[in-house]
Design a protein around this ligand. Structure first.
Ligand SMILES: Cc1cc2nc3c(=O)[nH]c(=O)nc-3n(C[C@H](O)[C@H](O)[C@H](O)COP(=O)(O)OP(=O)(O)OC[C@H]3O[C@@H](n4cnc5c(N)ncnc54)[C@H](O)[C@@H]3O)c2cc1C
Length: 323
């Protein structure tokens, strides 16, 4: 019999997302420790109940129609590290807290995490990163629940790619990440904080303050297109990378609105909830941007944000406007 103490039905999810949009969880449970998270996963898997883990909700857009099954909010947040560079962290710990704790211990590696909201678990699912670094680089082991079993596994099963892993696939296996082990290198503390401060400064200049989930689309890696396109920086051209925001901006879409959603006027890859947007408003704007970019450049943008729940009837009506 499926029963978690403190579990509730029809619980609002918008408050747990940085986009502040979306419907309700059919069942909602808050796990405060690694054992509680593991227990919820074992019970859900043994009873055939679909489970969605929510970290800080900084990379998701739940449907207005809600999310079926069990949504577990992951608040397990222990971090342990020692001078040898060994780090063990619960998957619900903040990615930035992980940076702070390891920096205090004189361990380098996570300087790039400053300014990336979210949990370590969420970071692993999308192989989060910035400034040519990503979270999977220092990983040695992951504790998971799969098929009702709790075990430590080597990271290969995650199939990490640029902002991608097996857990982002449409038919992703039901695997819950409980905890992670990293191996870091000792580094001079001043150098760690100097680099982190530099990254933070670059971020402040680019990131709009309104509700968002960061970059909505992944950057495009296409050597041929990068050589053809005008206005791209030399660095990007050499790397064969075209920022999704650059393509959206070239389509003249900065500031475009639908309902309460808007394409960032400062950074076109940020979709903002500026006035009580529904999840459908935001998706409508995202699909408009993707189709305009496809029409003009022949490139299909791929979402970095993840749509959660039932989107089968999300189509909206109404007019796009430009501010
Ligand atoms: C202002 C802003 C700036 C950002 N900048 C960056 C950036 O520079 N680089 C970058 O990579 N990202 C960036 N992001 C996106 C986001 O912060 C990261 O992807 C982050 O790592 C997501 O973590 P989360 O805990 O919020 O995950 P959530 O959004 O809660 O979840 C994301 C996905 O992971 C799954 N998941 C979460 N935890 C687990 C778990 N324990 N087990 C199994 N599945 C799990 C969820 O079900 C969901 O599918 C930014 C977001 C914002 C709002």
């Amino acid at each position: 019999m499926f029963d978690l103490s403190g579990m509730v039905a029809d619980h609002r999810l918008d408050v747990y997302t940085t986009l502040k949009a979306g419907g309700c969880a059919e069942l909602f449970y808050s796990a405060r420790t690694r054992n509680e998270l593991a227990n919820s996963a074992i019970q859900a898997q043994e009873n055939g109940i679909t489970q969605t883990i929510l970290g800080w909700g900084s990379n998701v857009l739940p449907s207005d129609k809600g999310v079926a099954g069990l949504v577990t909010l992951n608040q397990a947040a222990n971090i342990r590290c020692d001078q040898s560079g060994f780090v063990e962290v619960d998957s619900g710990a903040g990615f930035q807290d992980l940076f702070l704790r390891t920096a205090q211990a004189g361990l380098g590696g996570f300087e790039f995490a400053v300014g990336i909201p979210g949990t370590v678990g969420g970071a692993l699912v999308s192989n989060a990163g910035a400034y040519r670094n990503n979270v999977s680089a220092f990983l040695t082991e992951i504790e998971v629940v799969e098929n009702g079993n709790r075990e430590w596994r080597s990271p290969e099963f995650m199939k990490f790619e640029y902002r991608d892993s097996v857990l982002r696939q449409l038919d992703a296996p039901q695997i819950v990440l409980l905890a992670v082990r990293f191996q870091l290198e000792s580094r001079n503390r001043k150098e760690i904080y100097d680099d982190a401060r530099d990254y933070q400064r670059q971020r402040i200049g680019k990131q709009p303050p309104s509700a968002s989930c960061g970059s909505f689309f992944k950057n495009v890696v296409d050597q041929d297109l990068a050589q053809q396109i005008e206005g791209l920086s030399d660095g990007m051209r050499a790397a064969g990378v075209i920022p999704a925001g650059f393509l959206i901006e070239q389509c003249g879409l900065k500031g475009t609105r639908f309902g309460g959603a808007m394409i960032g006027a400062r950074h076109a890859n940020f979709l903002l909830n500026v006035r009580g947007a529904t999840a459908s408003d935001i998706r409508r704007l995202a699909e408009h941007a993707a189709s305009q970019v496809n029409d003009r450049f022949g490139v299909q943008l791929e979402e970095e944000a993840l749509y959660l729940g039932d989107w089968s009837q999300w189509q909206t009506t109404g007019h796009l406007s430009h501010s």
